[in-house]
Design a protein around this ligand. Sequence first.
Ligand SMILES: Cc1cc2nc3c(=O)[nH]c(=O)nc-3n(C[C@H](O)[C@H](O)[C@H](O)COP(=O)(O)O)c2cc1C
Length: 131
Amino acid sequence: MNIEIRYQSRTGHTKAVAEAMGKAIGVTPKDIKTPVTKPTDILFIGGGIYAFQTDPELVAFMKNLDPEKVKKVVVYATSGMLKGTLKKLQRLTKRKKIPLHPETLLLIIPQKTAPTKSQLEQAANFAKSVK
Ligand SMILES: Cc1cc2nc3c(=O)[nH]c(=O)nc-3n(C[C@H](O)[C@H](O)[C@H](O)COP(=O)(O)O)c2cc1C
């Protein structure tokens, strides 16, 4: 089973969450600058939200995803409050007609704070729960 984890992160929160997930399931997370090129059973994809917007590079990553290569997408996000990026990732996955895992992970991590130990544990447990 090939599992990939990608993250978009400007201030390190989503990266830390991706790393906690990766450690839990034995996968090295990569930045969205690395496209998915290998056949992938499960792709975890996540990012933050900035001035009400999803990062344009994350949107471009999703638009460039090859539905022939990815069997299932799991979306996660970090934010100060808003669910916008989570919703956007769900919409972009559906538009590609790639099956979407029904569970999502949203962690509220305001600007200038850091993920808590309990949030990182939540991320690890979430990753382990995905089959
Ligand atoms: C410049 C900036 C703008 C932000 N704007 C919003 C926003 O409009 N709504 C929100 O809920 N969170 C906002 N946040 C909070 C981030 O989405 C949140 O801290 C997220 O975890 C950042 O992820 P990252 O560290 O992986 O980049 C903003 C953070 C920054 C740095």
